[in-house]
Design a protein around this ligand. Sequence first.
Ligand SMILES: [Zn+2]
Length: 80
Amino acid sequence: MIPGGPAGDGEAKPKAYRARKRGEPEVLTCSVCEQDTGIATALTFEMKQGRMIRDGQPFGGSKVIYCGFCLARGKLTRLV
Ligand SMILES: [Zn+2]
């Protein structure tokens, strides 16, 4: 548990990406884009959420992946 990190997510939240069989690789696409534009886009960018800083050095935080096309449309859709 990281202080200042995201609050514990429940399991009930619907995922923004399509979940297939466990362990099976797939292209990470955005279902929000698919709903809005009909195209399941796959442009993503990675960031860190809840980073800590100590002596000017960032550490910790959890990796989050957002959809680039959603951002271009003024939305922030977290995929993972
Ligand atoms: Zn999107």
